[in-house]
Design a protein around this ligand. Structure first.
Ligand SMILES: CC1=C(/C=C/C(C)=C/C=C/C(C)=C/C=C/C=C(C)/C=C/C=C(C)/C=C/C2=C(C)CCCC2(C)C)C(C)(C)CCC1
Length: 303
């Protein structure tokens, strides 16, 4: 079997496992206490979630994109850290602007991970489609937990929004994404992807309305974003996903993974400006490391 076919088979297998795990997490959240839900969510985010971005520099060194070709590894590291720090500063000084960009980038990034293999149309419409898919996922989470979301963004110094803002945002993004899907893909292709996609939307609807905010986010972020991304990254770096390549990936990312967690711990112990809301601090940390990571993933998926 050729490598790409094998990789697709592994992605399909992972998708089935994630459907089962999503239902399992929904079932667990039915009896787990709020504390237990938070623990599960943060353990998943701090392990697989942070790990899936910790190999960015290694990926860049392998891809050697044009703009960075003449730069040494140290210079690339400096640029990466500078982007993280600039994002953190913008979050601190102009939070509403930074949050809007964070959501824009994240929506595109989530959509790209989910669709980059299945959505074949090219050009601007491709980017818009990725963005609308990710925006629909995020706005469904926001809508299901709009009061808590308002508290989190309030902790960052951003105004609250009424429930309708989130519900209308969700319906517009969902409708837009389905319209593009139907108009841009051949009927044969649509028939092949639609049943799973409709099932997933039904599952997300049920899960996001039943699990807490942080667990809803963790379920999507880990099962439907970080794990498939890890599989793609290992395939791109080592040509195959197996025990050996997974260990190689862990070895090359361990240092940055620990550094990122240390950075969050230091920020938590030193910054007291988020009205005591850990989630506000946590999401601004995630936002700061998201920006360079999204650029690396765009480069990887295009290579
Ligand atoms: C390499 C390197 C490093 C590391 C890195 C890393 C580790 C990365 C990672 C990355 C990552 C890990 C990424 C992530 C991403 C994520 C995302 C993309 C998310 C999104 C989200 C959102 C959008 C949210 C929203 C919300 C909610 C959900 C609720 C509340 C409200 C709000 C709105 C906030 C360091 C810095 C150390 C150094 C240098 C080099």
């Amino acid at each position: 079997m050729n490598k790409t076919k094998k990789h697709r088979g592994q992605i399909d297998k992972l998708t089935s496992i994630c459907v089962v795990l999503t239902f399992f997490s929904l079932w667990t959240s039915g009896f787990a206490s709020v504390w237990a839900e938070q623990l599960i969510a943060f353990v998943l985010i701090f392990t697989f979630g942070i790990l899936h971005g910790a190999n960015d520099l290694f990926i860049l060194s392998r891809l050697q994109p044009g703009v960075l070709k003449t730069k040494s590894s140290f210079q690339v590291l400096l640029i990466y850290v500078a982007v993280v720090l600039i994002a953190a500063l913008i979050f601190y000084f102009i939070p509403a602007f930074a949050l809007a960009f964070f959501i824009l980038f994240s929506a595109y990034h989530f959509g790209e991970q989910h669709w980059h293999r299945k959505f074949t149309a090219a050009g601007m419409i491709r980017g818009l489609f990725f963005f609308l898919y990710g925006a629909a996922v995020l706005f469904l989470i926001f809508w299901a937990h709009f009061e808590e979301v308002n508290t989190v963004i309030g902790g960052l110094g951003v105004r609250s929004f009424p429930e309708e803002f989130y519900s209308v945002g969700f319906w517009i993004a969902l409708a837009g994404h389905f319209l593009i899907l139907i108009s841009k893909l051949h009927w044969k292709r649509i028939k092949a992807v639609l049943p799973l996609e409709l099932l997933l939307w039904a599952v997300f609807w049920i899960v996001f309305h039943n699990a807490s905010l942080i667990l809803s986010f963790a379920i999507y972020f880990i099962l439907w974003h970080a794990l498939p991304s890890l599989l793609d990254q290992i395939h791109a770096l080592y040509g195959a996903f197996n025990r050996k390549s997974a260990l190689q990936y862990l070895r090359s990312s361990a240092l940055y993974w620990v550094l990122a967690l240390t950075g969050l711990a230091v920020a938590f112990l030193t910054i007291e400006d988020t009205d005591g809301n850990f989630l506000s601090l946590f999401f601004s940390f995630l936002a700061a490391i998201t920006f360079p990571h999204v650029v690396v993933m765009v480069l990887m998926n295009r290579s």
